[in-house]
Design a protein around this ligand. Sequence first.
Ligand SMILES: C[S@@+](CC[C@H](N)C(=O)[O-])C[C@H]1O[C@@H](n2cnc3c(N)ncnc32)[C@H](O)[C@@H]1O
Ligand code: SF4
Length: 403
Amino acid sequence: MPARLPDGDLAPADGALPAPALASLGLRPFGVYVHVPFCATRCGYCDFNTYTALELNGGRSRAGYVAAARAEIALAARVLGDGAPSVDTVFFGGGTPTLLAPAELAELLGAIDETFGLAPGAEVTTEANPESVDPASLAALRAAGFTRISLGMQSAAPHVLATLDRVHTPGRAAAAAREARAAGFAHVSLDLIYGAPGETDDDWRASLEAALAAEPDHLSAYALIVEPGTRLAAQVERGALPAPDDDALADRYELADALLAAAGMRWYEVSNWARSPEDACRHNLGYWRGGDWWGIGPGAHSHVGGVRWWNVLHPSAYAARLAEGASPAAGRELLDAQTRRVERVMLELRLAEGLPLDALDETGRAAAQQAVVDGLATFADDHLRLTLRGRLLADAVVRALLG
Ligand SMILES: C[S@@+](CC[C@H](N)C(=O)[O-])C[C@H]1O[C@@H](n2cnc3c(N)ncnc32)[C@H](O)[C@@H]1O
Ligand code: SF4
């Protein structure tokens, strides 16, 4: 949940949704996202909506978080009414969800289950910083019903971790992944970042090999983005650090795909690989395929039946709204047909399953033909699928498809 909110219309104070959006509930998978906006320290590259204790009056505004999130779960139940479907996926993201005690995460998961019901076989993920979990907390999360953990490893190179302001040791993420398996997590994912200033091809290869040695069933690899307003952006602007180099980023992506494929992991989204289709993150697939989800927490975004809304950013403002019995939504947008089509092209083209050709207009189909001629995509089963070269140029292909 990045820390910038879109412009939009005012959201109604009671959070009410238009009848057509409510009527369409249940036609698509339904997820619940819980944003936990707290971190022990802020990494210089990160612009997510998250706060350290120092930024929150020594942590006092953190105290009311669980009660406020519970109040939003109750609000969601009132707004969605009798048509609320059971929950297919839950995802606790951050921030650092595991800065909350396992009992607090369990309380929120329990409230979601009591309120909506978890569907049989529901996927329940938490993100975690490697240094914020241990065998006891992992066992407690597993016992509470968490089925999947996503650990922010980022790199195995000490100097890259230092540039990124990470506070864990190079081996801690892999150790945490093994501890998670031992605690009974069937699904363990690692996040890596490539292209940090000072990272070499060999550093990146070593990071991939260290990640694979921990035997995750899922891996995300993100090119480092220099987000405006971050400490990293200031360092790049004043020349203290070089910006990531596009050619190096492309080489690193290709190396990642080759090593991961050789280890039996297949890409299913441009930045995501899984050992088998069952190991893909179902919650994120819901976002990419236009599913419905309610986002709980400060700055969280939601989407139900073509209505998108987003919450106020600050934990104090969020808790204050809910304490007054009001919706914490800061703004919302009714997605028209054209916006939905554009988003569908942007998101579904990035999936290995590809973009259904019926999502394209005439100009888009001509651009798709050209992308195939240029070796950026292939046609199969009425879908347009990116090639490896196409994945490197996915944004340019999307722009061409949308004219
Ligand atoms: C917002 S973090 C939350 C997880 C957890 N706090 C952590 O850092 O381990 C989720 C992931 O986003 C990725 N990320 C955040 N900022 C990024 C940036 N500027 N460029 C690339 N990836 C980024 C990192 O890989 C991180 O693991
Ligand atoms: S720990 Fe994760 S969420 Fe927190 S600042 Fe670092 S990258 Fe961002």
